[in-house]
Design a protein around this ligand. Sequence first.
Ligand code: OAD
Length: 246
Amino acid sequence: MTQPPRNRETIEHIQPLVAFTGAGISAESGVPTFRGEGGLWEQRRAQDLATPSAFARDPQLVWRFYRWRRNVIGGCLPNAAHRLLAEMEQRLEDFTLITQNVDGLHESAGSQNILHLHGSLWRLRCTRCAARWEGRDSLREDTLPRCPECSSLARPDVVWFGEPLELQLLADAQRAAARCRTMLVIGTSALVQPAAQLPMLAKSNSAQVIELNVDRTPLTAHADYSIQGPATITLKKWWDALQNQA
Ligand code: OAD
């Protein structure tokens, strides 16, 4: 179902608003997505690079993959869709941003309150103790990063396949989804659980679910409407239409 936006809503009518983002919002910044043409998992196996067992088996290989991603993403800038979500946070009284992205581009665009369901590429954590730290500097090619507190092996502070999401974060995201009046679902294939449940949770609590994506996804048939196209264009179009109603 691809329909033009219903333009009857005003800014008051859409709140509480939740924006739920995936890799597609960063695609126009040059960040590779995971699935689809040119996606990271098209030529690589997630099991070999993004699971606890892959890291236990070959931490060098996993770190090489994450160093490469940090290098690619370190050269990317936030785009108009990231910036518009940051503006919405300022303009709206009841707005929550939930992201599956680990690229840090929402923060670079100026968003402040972000529920990072899958962690951050720019943080590291210890495999043994509870230490977690920001690590934006480039990591040396030939050595594995170590914990500054106990010297054990460090890992990227991201959620890997087979790992649970942080309970409090997930609970906060579920609460926001369950109470919102509108959910914008931007650039996600809506395949990875439990994140992918959030739009359905919003829907089952009578929210209007609006999908912005270049393609159809498993969510498309359930969304109230689905706006096809690149996020930088469709998000602005939706937002501008709202302003015109105000
Ligand atoms: P995917 O790569 O699975 O999906 C990206 C989605 O963005 C697809 O549906 C594309 O059609 C869409 N897309 C691409 N370019 C777009 C654009 N310019 N504008 C709008 N949409 C666009 O990424 P995610 O759904 O984020 O998890 O993937 C979910 C999780 O799977 C990730 O967080 C990661 C991954 O494996 C972990 O690492 C745990």
